[in-house]
Ligand binder design. Structure first.
Ligand SMILES: Cc1cc2nc3c(=O)[nH]c(=O)nc-3n(C[C@H](O)[C@H](O)[C@H](O)COP(=O)(O)OP(=O)(O)OC[C@H]3O[C@@H](n4cnc5c(N)ncnc54)[C@H](O)[C@@H]3O)c2cc1C
Length: 445
């Protein structure tokens, strides 16, 4: 039943948040002639972490007609990825070409410029974009009748899209935001941008690198000609126990990680790192009476496989399409919700599963080995490329199950060479400067 309030709603859809999720939805809705407003609390361009994109993102950018705009932005082509232990200079590298399903090359990019391009595209498509507008609370949410209170007054619409990222406006309002059960997913990320970081040669230059340790893992992602994003994602309890100030943990880690330290030998960057909570959560159901949750407002996943921005944009595209059907009288709100929830559940659950696998040593041993029977590695790479929409193909799913069986067997009967877990805490800092402050000097800051 569609509820109607006394006065007609101002908009067909009110979107909270102008990141990749909100901007994509706004663009698609406006192009379909719907009256849509995007309420964004900051002024773009604004900094955001999350700079590496899945191959599945590039065809979406093409479908949205944004390829030309995108190519004007400084970015680094990403053809594959690099994984290794923090003390192992023989990392494993793969390209998406060897995936079981064909995948396109993708990119790493500074989010400030990418997100601004998307928000401008939404504006050009006819969406009303209101920056520096903070949504303070939800006033009501019913199919056909929603209202939010902003710092500039009340705004009404027929549907609410929550794309507020980790603010999870609706999840908090409804009390549906729940942390993921796995203890492995209570993490904190310490990150910073550097210049002068050593890169791989040739077509491997844009490979995001993941270097693993017992305490957490580093990302090293070239995002334009000069800048490389480096982060350390750590178990929250271990990070607390180090006794190192939070804004120096990245430098503490780099100084103790031979491979990252080597890449940073001539690097320059700020002395202190930024910090962001990295606790995986879900706000189920992902759609309900009057609302759809997009991207991180629906679920946040550990960023090990760089899936967040792509899943946000793919989900936003789907939510917008279904609400266009509803507004055009071609679909009931209940059916629209069902279809949307199915898509988001299908794509997020396979990633949640792989992330859980990644935090087991057996997965890392098999994955770093780089090959296996029945093209299981090709299947895992295709999933990591984002070939999971509308749902992962059978050819990928059964190989993933087989891979998991191998993980189990490998724990008791080694199927691949054993790898010793590398520990940052056990490392000696290779200078006469053991304290965190002096560590900064050793990486050239
Ligand atoms: C450490 C870390 C590393 C990551 N690495 C990657 C990566 O390599 N690749 C990748 O794809 N993803 C990565 N991610 C995840 C990625 O950043 C997110 O999944 C992605 O930004 C989600 O897009 P979104 O549009 O849902 O939310 P966001 O991009 O967060 O956008 C939400 C917007 O809503 C606005 N907003 C919030 N509250 C309000 C309010 N009340 N009123 C008005 N506006 C509001 C915010 O200002 C923001 O602009 C990473 C995340 C973390 C924490």
């Amino acid at each position: 039943m569609i509820a109607m309030h006394a006065s007609a709603p101002q908009y067909d859809v009110v979107i909270v948040g102008g990141g990749p999720g909100g901007a994509t939805a706004g663009m698609v809705l406006a192009r379909a002639g719907k009256k849509v407003v995007i309420l964004e609390k900051t002024k773009f361009p604004r900094f955001h972490i999350g700079e590496s994109f899945l191959p599945r993102n590039f065809p979406l950018i093409q479908e949205l007609g944004l390829e030309e705009e995108f190519k004007k932005l400084p970015h680094v082509p990403k053809l594959g990825a690099e994984f290794g232990m923090g003390d192992d200079f023989n990392s494993s590298r793969f390209t998406f070409r060897i995936g079981l399903l064909p995948g396109s090359p993708t990119f790493n990019i500074e989010r400030a410029v990418f997100d601004e391009m998307l928000l401008n595209a939404a504006k050009k498509s006819g969406a009303e974009v209101r920056e520096n507008v903070l949504v303070r609370q939800i006033v009501r949410m019913r199919d056909g009748d929603v209202a939010v209170m902003t710092d500039q007054g009340e705004i009404t619409g027929k549907y609410l899209f929550d794309a507020s990222g980790q603010s999870t406006l609706v999840g908090k309002h409804l009390g549906t935001r729940h942390p993921h059960k796995s203890k492995h997913l209570k993490r904190i990320a310490y990150y910073q941008h550097f210049e002068g970081v050593k890169r791989l040669a040739g077509e491997e230059e844009g490979h995001p690198a993941i270097f693993m340790s017992e305490e957490g893992w580093f990302w090293v992602i070239p995002i334009n000609d000069k800048v490389t994003s480096i982060g350390l994602v750590m178990d929250a309890e271990i990070a607390k126990s180090l006794g190192v100030p939070a804004n120096q943990i990245l430098q503490w880690g780099i100084a103790r990680c031979p491979v990252v330290r080597d890449r940073c030998a001539n690097a320059t960057g700020p002395e202190k790192n930024d910090v962001i909570a990295d606790f995986s959560y879900m706000c189920k159901p992902y759609a309900g009476d009057g609302y759809f949750l997009l991207g991180d407002a629906a679920a946040f996943m550990d960023p090990i496989f760089s899936s967040g921005a792509t899943l946000a944009m793919m989900g936003a595209n789907e939510a917008a399409g279904r609400i266009i059907d509803v507004l055009d009288g071609k679909m009931s709100p209940a059916t629209a919700r069902k279809k949307y929830i199915k898509l988001v559940e299908g794509s997020t659950s396979i990633f949640f599963g792989l992330i859980r696998d990644y935090y087991t040593h057996s997965f890392r041993e098999l994955f770093l080995n780089g090959q296996g029977p029945l093209n299981v590695h090709g299947a895992v790479i295709s999933i990591l490329a984002g070939q999971v929409f509308p749902k992962p193909a059978w050819a990928l799913r059964w190989r993933l199950w087989f891979f998991r069986l191998c993980m189990l067997v490998n724990r008791f009967y080694p199927l691949v060479p054993k790898r010793k877990m590398f520990s940052l805490r056990e490392q000696q800092v290779p200078t006469e400067t053991p304290d965190a402050e002096a560590d900064l000097a050793s990486i050239g800051t």
